[in-house]
Design a binder for this molecule. Structure first.
Ligand SMILES: NC(=O)c1ccc[n+]([C@@H]2O[C@H](COP(=O)([O-])OP(=O)(O)OC[C@H]3O[C@@H](n4cnc5c(N)ncnc54)[C@H](O)[C@@H]3O)[C@@H](O)[C@H]2O)c1
Length: 330
């Protein structure tokens, strides 16, 4: 992996959604590796784009504020890029139900038009698409592997499913190399914490750091979590590993935690923090998936990737980051 990463020095890399949580952490790693990085992001305030995310590298990346739905801009931006990380997305499950057409435009239609633009202007690029565990819906068995039926419980899951299938189709039919990673709950510095649009963990961290208690709905639901640096490793491996072209992989963790355990761990790191367990709100229950954790054996055995950061260690780093940067994120 270390030798492969060295090959990124001087390479042209485009990150769409690059000012968001995962995109900006990826950008920092790529800048450190000597890549020439272009970040494209719409900066819609409902999503995770935040210029503070790229403050440490702002003089070492190029930034273009553009919308992935604008194929005319994209047709210039994709040119000469060797790697394209496709991380732009509407990520809120609740918003996808309230405004399904916007979710369709960003997570589905725009994905197809990005691939068309690549076919026309840069068929040699390698794409990595960030999909989500949400597409499986309520697990029929655990841990969930890639053979699990796809049965989304919300509009976001349907559109992300289409987005990933388009990538694999273009890989198979047109030879536009693409790998899909189905990410599980990802957390870490630079996540959106001002509301629950990205993950419940964000709003929990903000509330606890501001001295407010949090409500844990249910509390017994099981989840796996990945620290963002581990997800960045997974994205880079997917980009560099030719054997992963045309493949769909789960990314996850062996550490399975109940939501109450997560709340307890968070409150351990934040002096005076408290949580209460409450009944699950009825409007959320309809799109809740119950317990979920991933079987990521395929990705682990195919590429050697495995998460390196324990939840305790990751939470400690995340809380420290937001203690130091609260003004820019709350
Ligand atoms: N964070 C997680 O737990 C998680 C889990 C599963 C999948 N994912 C996927 O990973 C990707 C990155 O997620 P994230 O957590 O970094 O979220 P994020 O909201 O921080 O990042 C997404 C970025 O895309 C940008 N964006 C949204 N719509 C756009 C558009 N139309 N044009 C251009 N840019 C646009 C946003 O401004 C934002 O900066 C998403 O596709 C998401 O579905 C994330």
């Amino acid at each position: 992996m270390r030798d492969d990463l060295a090959s990124l020095e001087g390479s042209n890399v485009l990150i769409i959604g690059g000012i968001g949580f995962i995109g900006s952490n990826l950008a920092m790693r790529l800048v450190g590796l000597g890549a020439s990085v272009l970040l494209v992001d719409s900066m819609n305030p409902l999503y995770g784009g935040n210029l503070r995310n790229i403050a440490p590298i702002k003089d070492r990346v190029r930034v273009n504020i553009a919308d992935v739905r604008d194929k005319h801009s994209l047709s210039y931006l994709v040119r000469d890029q060797q790697y394209i990380f496709n991380l732009a997305g509407q990520t809120s499950h609740m918003d996808s139900m309230a405004d399904p057409v916007t979710d369709l435009e960003i997570n589905c239609t725009a994905q197809l038009s990005l691939l068309e633009v690549c076919r026309a202007y840069n068929p040699d690029a390698k794409l990595v698409f960030a999909s989500t565990r949400q597409i499986y819906g309520r697990p029929q068995y655990l841990p969930v592997d890639e053979k699990h039926p796809i049965r989304p419980v919300d509009v976001n899951g349907i559109n992300k499913t289409a987005g990933e299938f388009y990538h694999i189709l273009y890989n198979d039919v047109y030879g536009i190399r693409a790998t899909v990673l189905r990410l599980t709950n990802t957390y870490g510095p630079r996540m959106r914490i001002k509301d629950a649009r990205q993950t419940f963990l964000g709003i929990w961290i903000k509330s606890l750091l501001q001295g407010a208690p949090i409500d844990v709905w249910g509390g017994t639901q099981l989840r796996d979590f990945n620290y963002v640096d581990d997800v960045v490793d997974a994205l880079l491996i997917a980009a560099l590993d030719r054997a992963s072209d045309g493949k769909v992989y789960n990314v996850g963790s062996d550490e399975i935690l109940s939501l109450e355990e997560v709340a307890r761990l968070l409150t351990d790191f934040i002096p005076g923090a408290h949580y209460s367990v409450r009944e699950y709100p009825p409007e959320r229950r309809k799109i809740d998936i119950g317990d979920y954790y991933s079987d990521f054996t395929l990705f682990r055995t195919s590429t050697g990737w495995t998460p390196k950061t324990s939840f305790r260690e990751g939470v400690e780093k995340t809380v420290k980051f937001f203690q130091d940067n609260m003004d820019y994120y709350a």
